[in-house]
Each structure stands twice: as structure tokens, then as C-alpha cells.
Design a protein around this ligand. Sequence first.
Ligand code: NAP
Length: 253
Amino acid sequence: MNIDLTGKTAIVTGATGQLGRTIARSLAQCGADMAVHYLKNQEKANELVQDITAMGRKAIAVQADVADQVSVNRMAQRVIAELGAPQIVVNCAVSQYTWTSVLEQDPKDYVDQFDTCVMHNVLMAKAFIPHMVKARYGRFIGINTECVMQCLPGQSAYVAGKRGMDGVYRILAREVGMHGITVNQVAPGWTISDRERESGVKPSPDYTSHVALNRRGTDQEIANAVAFLASDLAAFITGVYLPVCGGYVMPAI
Ligand SMILES: NC(=O)c1ccc[n+]([C@@H]2O[C@H](COP(=O)([O-])OP(=O)(O)OC[C@H]3O[C@@H](n4cnc5c(N)ncnc54)[C@H](OP(=O)(O)O)[C@@H]3O)[C@@H](O)[C@H]2O)c1
């Protein structure tokens, strides 16, 4: 069995980020044409477009602020005009901030996380799912985090945003499932990506001692899970929060 996305079009938000770039490349390697979304890093987006077109796929770079409905809708119009309506949407973008305690955290950070974790996914659903409904087919995938099950000190703004996102995904899965659309979340652990490969991956026993597989995962291992959920192999899986964290967190049954 192969993961074959030939003939499909995908959009990945935050495709210039550490995980987004590997997810975008992997979906293209499986055969999908790609809309590579960025906010500020146009150079990385163009580099990815070149990589993907070199694989023989169509690819375009598209800019949008995922917290702004006008911006998201403008991006969607361009993607649909140039590549056709995507069957696969992967929402990976998130804004970064410095983690600290609830008492120290700037209230603006909570708003920012709500915008990029909750509203981002809502706006992408509003922009793309109506086209999936018409096609009676779709894969709507969000990148969540193991942190929502850890609830460790310092994570409150991030966890608040990602827990809100989880609510949107579970409800959306029930609302659109009858149209042949699956809605799932992949929840990475603390993942090794280009940034650390470039600076050198350091051992982190305080973290890995909590991981059943006793190591950190890689960006490619996250992308593998996304590609599976994007494929027809996952046609009967929806409403799932799938940790890809080597067993640090284990959702209860
Ligand atoms: N990395 C990990 O270890 C890890 C672990 C668990 C979960 N995750 C989750 O995985 C996803 C990707 O994380 P990452 O570490 O790869 O992130 P990252 O490297 O910080 O990349 C963030 C991406 O989001 C984009 N972005 C930020 N704010 C935006 C906005 N307002 N509108 C549009 N785009 C915006 C950035 O665009 P530009 O670069 O173009 O400005 C960039 O592409 C996130 O959802 C994160 O919560 C990551």
C-alpha cells in the first residue's frame, strides 16, 4: 500500500515553518500539487515552491494572515483560481511568543494564540470546506500539540489556544462528516527539525525520560502522520487527536 495523492491539491498554512515545510514537501512527494502558505518568509516559500516544482508538481506561494478573514479569503480565491479547490487542507501556522507563568504572561499573548490556533482554523474551514462539500470529499487536518495533555507550567496561552482548536475540530468533524470530509488533528511532541539540525541536536534526558520510545521525534515523522490522514487509507478516520510524540502523552479511552 502506498500513500498516493496524485491528482489532489493541498494547501499547508505555515509552510515556511519548521514542520510546515516538511509536511508540504512530503505531500508533494506523495503526488499532490501544493499551495505553500507564508506570512513573512517569502524567500523560504519561494524556495519550497522551487523544490516542489522540481518534483514535477504544480506549486504556488500564497501569503495571508491566518487570523484575518479578508486575507484568508483572498488567499483562497487565488489558490482556487490557480490550482483548483484543494481537497487537502493542513493548518500548521502558529504565532510564537515567550512562554511564562499565567501571572507574568502578557494578556495579548492569549489573544494572539486564540487568533492563530482557533480563528485560523475557523477561517480556513469557512474558506475551503464549502468547496469540499460540493466535491463530497475533503481532508481537513490541524497541527495541535502534546502540550494540551501535559498542561505544564508556562504553557497556558498556547494550551488555551490549542484546546480551543481541539473543540473546533471535534465539532467540525461531526458537522461535515456526512459530506465525505474527514477532520483530524496531529499532535507532535517536541520535534527535531531544520533549526536544530543546523545548530546541533543536544541530548535532552529531562524530556526523553518521559517518552515511551525514549527519544525525540522528527519533522518527517510528523509529516508521515499528516500524509496518512490526507490519504484514502484514512478514509474512515475522523474526529481524531493523534499524538505523534513517542508515547509522552496517551489519550485515555
Ligand atoms: N516544532 C515543534 O516541536 C512542535 C511541537 C508541537 C506542536 N507543534 C505545532 O506545529 C505547528 C508548526 O510549528 P513550528 O514549530 O513548525 O512553527 P514555526 O517554525 O514557528 O512556524 C510558524 C509558521 O506560522 C506562520 N505564521 C505565524 N503567525 C502567522 C499568522 N498570523 N498568519 C499566518 N502565518 C503565520 C509563520 O510564517 P512566516 O515564517 O512566513 O512568517 C511560519 O510559517 C504549530 O501549530 C505548532 O503548535 C510544533
